[in-house]
Design a protein around this ligand. Structure first.
Ligand code: NAD
Length: 367
């Protein structure tokens, strides 16, 4: 059955990097029996300019009816003066909220060819392949009560509430265990059960879920501060890390930096079964290089690969794309952000073309 992918290029470098992902899609439609219909629409500043809102109701309907969504990036100085609820970033937040995309997947993979880009020693990060599963719609960023109050004595008090329910913990835990089964079968659950009741509940619920449905997966509990330390000390000990919204925000950025390069990092946000997943690079709209054919399109192409793996049931194509990314890097091609001495600097479009050429080679080799 034909599946539908909504394409939302967004702002800044968004249209350029999405353009390269579209080359990969066209190749797969032509050469690898990818049966997919594309729907194009706007998000972010582009949508604000065209529709007066950064994520229009009509776009939401399109997304709801799709199998997956591939986004570029949103934001830029052109919309700095716009009210907060109409800013480009508000469009992305609305998309995540309306579809209740509660699971944020952030892989951190160190490609052999880029091992020197990490700030850690090559022997620590070589071969690194971990996946952070962050709860995205609950916890302290959304809990009530919250606010800043005047204490009347010249002091003020700022407060937020960290809150999780059994259901919220179980559904994110389930995502992590299921993904681990497709990887190295290990889950590390990170919280602060030693000092927070919400952390104690998190640990108890993850333990119970594991005992009832996932005893085949190895489970380890770790305090989030220790997890942050272990990520720098010995990151390869991890396979899947599952954690809450706040700790996930920090740990996923830390893990990202182990790879040393923002232009290589894909992400996915998933909801309940049947809800389309949102796939996007982890970086922003890079206004400083927008329109210059300089951006690295690989994070977006790897996001497409995640969409094929997790939403579109084409893991075979995802494997082919990831294999081709490795081959292209091994060949010495580098966009400016990952350029170093002795390699060949290429543009955004050259990188996309080189990747497509590798796809054909990889497919021929596999046949
Ligand atoms: P950024 O990620 O856009 O850029 C940070 C630095 O990394 C810049 O020097 C940029 O040139 C570089 N960079 C980023 N992606 C790159 C790529 N693919 N290839 C080469 N270099 C790349 O972060 P920022 O500058 O803090 O934010 C710029 C805008 O993006 C802001 O409006 C921000 O709100 C928005 N933003 C959007 C998202 C999103 O769409 N999910 C995420 C983060 C930031």
């Amino acid at each position: 059955m034909t599946q539908t992918l909504v394409i939302l290029p967004g702002d800044g470098i968004g249209p350029e990097i999405i353009g390269e992902a579209l080359k990969v899609i066209e190749w797969a439609q032509e050469h690898a029996e990818l049966d997919i219909a594309l729907e194009h629409d706007l998000i972010g500043g582009q949508a604000y300019d065209a529709y007066g809102a950064p994520f229009a109701d009509t776009t939401l309907e399109k997304c709801r009816n799709a199998d997956a969504i591939l986004m570029g990036s949103v934001g830029g100085p052109a919309w700095d003066g716009v009210d907060y609820d109409k800013r480009p970033e508000a469009g992305l937040l609305r998309l995540r909220k309306e579809l209740d995309l509660f699971a944020n997947l952030r892989p951190a993979i160190v490609f052999d060819a880029l091992v020197d880009a990490s700030s850690l020693k090559p022997e620590i990060v070589k071969g690194l392949d971990i996946l952070i599963v962050r709860e995205l719609t609950g916890g302290v960023y959304f809990g009530n009560p919250r606010g800043i109050e005047d204490l009347g004595n010249g002091q003020r008090r700022g407060f937020n509430t960290q809150v999780y329910t059994t259901g919220e913990i179980q559904r994110i835990g389930r995502v992590a265990f299921e993904l681990a089964r497709k990887r190295s079968n290990r889950v590390t659950s990170a919280e602060k059960a030693n000092v927070m009741e919400s952390g104690k509940l998190w640990r108890e619920e993850i333990t119970a879920l594991h005992a009832s449905d996932y005893t085949d997966v190895e489970l380890e509990h770790m305090y989030a501060d220790n997890c942050a330390m272990q990520l720098c000390r010995c990151p390869r000990q991890f396979d899947v890390i599952v954690t809450d919204n706040l700790f996930g925000d920090i740990l996923s950025d830390e893990a990202a930096m182990l790879t040393g390069s923002l232009g290589m990092l894909p992400s996915a946000s998933l909801g309940a079964p049947g809800v389309p997943g949102l796939y996007e690079p982890a970086h922003g709209s890079a206004p400083d290089i927008a329109g210059q054919n300089k951006a690295n399109p690989l994070a977006t192409i790897l996001s497409l690969s995640m969409a094929l793996r997790y939403s579109l049931e084409r893991a075979d194509l995802a494997d082919l794309i990831e294999q081709s990314v490795r081959a292209v890097l091994d060949s010495g091609a580098r966009t400016a952000d990952i350029m170093s001495e002795g390699f060949r600097e290429v543009s955004t479009s050259d990188m996309g073309d080189a990747l497509v050429a590798r796809l054909s080679k990889a497919q021929a080799a596999a046949a």
